[in-house]
Ligand binder design. Sequence first.
Ligand SMILES: [Fe+2]
Length: 401
Amino acid sequence: MTTDHFLPNDEMLAGVDAEQLHDLVGLVDYDPTRDVFPVIGWDAIVWAAGNATQSSHFFQSALGMELIAYSGPTTGNPDHHAYVLQSGSVHFVVKGAVSPNSPLADHHRRHGDGVLDIGLEVPDVDRCVAQARRAGARVLAEPHNEADELGVIRSAVIGTYGETTHTLVDRRHYHGLYWPGYVPRTSTYQKRTTAPDRLFEALDHVVGNVELGRMDAWVEFYHRVMGFTNLAEFIGADIATEYSALMSKVVTNGNHWVKFPLNEPAVGKRRSQIDEYLDFYCGPGVQHLALATSDIVRAVDEMTKNGVEFLAIPDAYYRDPVLRERIGKVRVPTGELQKRGILVDRDEHGYLLQIFTKPIGDRPTVFFELIERHGSSGFGKGNFKALFEAIEREQAARGNL
Ligand SMILES: [Fe+2]
């Protein structure tokens, strides 16, 4: 069995075919029958928001996503609003407390806007949970069924770093838009007529910031619990800047769709950006989500028109002769990259184009990356120094450096 037979159903992929997905996120063939914890790919990313009603609008108007489903007081859920948004195969569920007694309100008080849960689609929830329990993971919800007239979902929840969780979802016998109990919902919001249908097609990677000295323990967690393996890219002292430093390793599932870079702060002269995150998020959590796009230039232009702010990259980055040599020939002229602050990195397999937004909420925590891969399976290690220097300027402007 290869990845061709091991992808989410058509509803979840939403018009992104296997070949396109292969190129977008760097899929590899693999045999799930030998996997202790087979993972098909991403399920939904669930967010906590201080105002989900307005965040849902941001995801539509700024990121070009579509509202497709909803749960809330009018659908028998008095605790919170939950809006389901989609762009290609990416699904976000944005939740915000209605009841002052909602656990979501407490979570938001501690962490601010951010990622509650990184959903993973699996073919056998019970097998995965049994493996997770054997390997010492926290099982937060046992495997159980939820059903409505559109079918049944079997799921369970395990804990990962901080208060972040993984919901394990078997949705092969469900044909609704997201989850039993959710109702279809669209929005009257209209994109500008020149805007493309979507600005990104797939989730590429989700980065976790973990506590000082704990990166290897969380890498080992994903090895032991989920059978994930390391990808080559490793960030050590070589990317330390004068003011900030971090360590990073990347773990991935069998088909390489689900990729988790894990960062920990490294001791620098000044406070690292990971320390800043840990302070403001009150512990470990999701730092950024990389959205795979087939046209990063168009995505950046549209998002900029929509009011999304990207990190400024120093002009020196594009002038540096060593860097230009390393970048080589890419599909976009350097001047066009420079105009937008798009970064380039290259490895032996090809290159990638990437750009980072500023934090999307009030706290200096979670942000997005846009990534356009052309064969490279990296994460932009060569750009870390340039990126950190740009982030540090923002951090200094906030008075947290
Ligand atoms: Fe990234």
